[in-house]
Design a protein around this ligand. Sequence first.
Ligand SMILES: [Zn+2]
Length: 349
Amino acid sequence: MSDQLPYTGLTLDRAGANRADASWLADLLAHPDSTVIPYWRDQVLASGGRPLWTGAEIVHRHPESKINRHPTPIDWPRAVPPGQGGGCAGVFAGLGDGDEVAVDVDGPVVGDVWGRAVFLGIRGEAGVFALDLSEMDEQAALRFAGADSVVDVRRLVSGLDPDEAACLAYARGLLHWNRNQRFCGACGSAAAASQGGHLRTCEGCGKLLFPRIEPAVIVLVEFGDRCLLGRHRGAAPNAFSTLAGFVEIGESLEDAVRREVAEEAGVAVGDVVYRASQAWPFPAGLMLGFRAVATSPDISVDREELTEARWFTRAEVIALQQEHVAAGTHRGDSIERYLVDRWLAGADP
Ligand SMILES: [Zn+2]
């Protein structure tokens, strides 16, 4: 039972104190060892089933130029035990203010480099960036980056070094936010990116826009030696899961846990204890994991979100997991797996 949750434990230095320095970022982008992760509409560009890392020159590449892979491809160690992994190669996806970048093979040259490239961090002397090719169509993006497919990082995660998975998730989330925050919500003017894509400033009213993160609680509720699992509307007959929901404005995390469990399953909860968190930038989540103890076994399902909710023994949960493994429907990358496995092991009573 691993204590390291997928998409956590990033070792890349985010260099937050430096990224407001445009000349520092421009120099970093010119470093020969700096790397870029190209993305297309929330999917990483891949080659031979591996995420593609390119040299930073891709950010300045002319549409007609020859494809030029990074001269020293990042070779991530495989199956490295948690805590012993190599450092994150990093994603450098940004350019200096005022630079122009061509990212459309067939269309117009695209300006506003920091609107499409983001700075992820540094590893040693080199920068790591990510580049958004979403304005191209898929085939153009593949040709431009020299990739053969696009794929969601969640489909690759089981074969990735944990540090690389955390890097790719970070890149996906930051690019997604930039792509969806091009305008100010207050006055509707365009919002220009700076600080390597970690800040956007409204060109009309000056409002500062920071990357948005949406917190959600996920909870394993127990009563005696059983735990509460629910099945969502439209889900497969054996698709039971722990309860989860977004935190609302004006609500503490503990309040959110009690509300979600009461709303969805009609179960009253007493003690609520925080256990762990997980970055979940798909597209903007932060998962906050809890254990909670019900004050009664009574269940009253709302029927809006859940079809049913039941108390499961450990033997029943194990049997359910085995069914999913056999059917290929088991997804092990979420914090739910962590909460359930620790409950099965009798940890965190
Ligand atoms: Zn504004």
